[in-house]
Design a protein around this ligand. Structure first.
Ligand SMILES: [Zn+2]
Ligand SMILES: [Zn+2]
Length: 367
């Protein structure tokens, strides 16, 4: 075949072959995979773009590999590594060997002294990028209903720490009124080697629908200020049978139970047993929401539960927070003020109490 004919043949193949959409179904899907003791989730946008939030534990990569194959993933557009522990980035070589990385692998930058980290760096190659606070990337960018993923914080969120868990990248997924927060092993208590990172991050997140419970529901995550600020409708606890850490812990589960948060566990773990009124040992959990919908679903096995999004009444998702402002401005606003909409997300801060050193914008046009 001449080169020209083979090119023609190739272009015919490309135009005839179905687009590589994974299993796009017109909804936002987030698959919180059962990866044993570790984290691994894959987001599929309504039009079939994919983003992974961690990729599983180096000790058990057959789990994410098999699941990604089952759901028909053919490629991964973005990968966000929360941090460099082997239960979060351990399957990067296998995953990207089979489902090639297309656009970018975002992480906290820097390095970590382990073979698993070196293998991750090799696997993501030139696609590796250091995430920056406030950075937003968009899936289905040309669609009227895009999905955005914002890097809300990383590397301790201004608190000096070298604890790898404390350094976790905080990602916020938005799709219409729906929000989900995913942040690896972020810490919430100043104890032992850990710092309280959650409290400072909470006001940057506000109310959300889905919380990927930090640090496999260890006793060092999910503090009171975090949970009362983000008020998740559901939580996902990713912990493995037989883990040696006692995850999930009673302390963490109580915080969530007391706040009325229904929890989906990927496995029973090796800590506190599930409370049948609040905890579902579900295996892989798939969260889905259609564009413009006021409910989202959580599917596991052959069961599906439905939950309302926070602002199904038409009030803003951040209705619980009374004030908002740009971190670069000397004024602050009532949260309903229309001006708030024009503040760049990376500069936007919210709280229930006015900020110090700023003056109230008195004549706010309301939304
Ligand atoms: Zn972990
Ligand atoms: Zn960790």
């Amino acid at each position: 075949m001449t080169r020209r004919i083979s090119l023609l043949f190739l272009s015919l193949l490309v135009s005839v072959a179905p687009p590589a959409l994974g299993q796009a179904n017109g909804k936002l899907q987030i698959h919180f995979m059962d990866v044993g003791q570790g984290d691994g989730a894959v987001l599929i946008s309504p039009l079939g773009e994919t983003a992974m939030f961690d990729d599983g534990n180096v000790k058990d990569c057959s789990k994410p590999m098999a699941y990604l194959q089952t759901i028909g993933i053919s490629k991964v557009d973005y990968h966000i590594a929360s941090h460099y522990h082997s239960d979060h980035i351990g399957c990067a070589p296998g995953v990207f060997g089979k489902f090639p990385l297309q656009k970018a692998a975002l992480d906290r930058g820097g390095s970590y002294n382990s073979k698993v980290f070196q293998d991750y760096v090799t696997a993501v190659g030139s696609k590796r990028q250091t995430a920056t606070e406030g950075e937003i990337f968009t899936l289905d960018a040309a669609s009227p209903n895009p999905v955005t993923i914002q890097i809300v914080a990383l590397n301790g969120n201004g608190i000096t720490t070298t604890n790898e868990n404390d350094l976790s990248v905080v990602a916020l997924v938005r799709f219409g009124k729906f929000r989900a927060e995913i942040s690896g092993d972020l810490s919430g208590y100043h104890t032992g080697n850990y710092e309280d990172i959650e409290t400072g991050v909470a006001s940057k997140i506000g109310q959300i629908e889905v919380y990927k419970v930090h640090h496999h529901c260890s006793q060092y995550s999910t503090n009171n200020s975090w949970i009362t600020t983000i008020q998740p409708k559901i939580g996902i606890v990713s912990a493995g049978v037989g883990n040696t850490y006692g995850h999930p812990t009673r302390e963490c589960l109580e915080q969530l139970h007391n706040a009325g948060v229904k929890l989906y566990w990927t496995e029973q773990g090796q800590g506190e047993p599930p409370d049948p009124t609040m905890d579902i040992v579900a295996g892989t959990v798939v969260v889905q929401i259609a564009a413009g919908a006021t409910t989202f679903t959580a599917t596991y096995g052959n069961k599906t539960d439905t939950y309302p999004v926070w602002d199904s009444s038409g009030t803003p998702a951040t209705a619980g927070l009374k004030y908002a402002w740009s971190k670069n401005s000397g004024v602050y606003h009532y949260a309903e003020c229309r001006t708030v909409k024009s503040i760049k997300p990376e500069n936007l801060e919210r709280a229930n109490t006015p900020p110090t050193g700023k003056t109230l914008h008195q004549l706010c046009p309301l939304q």
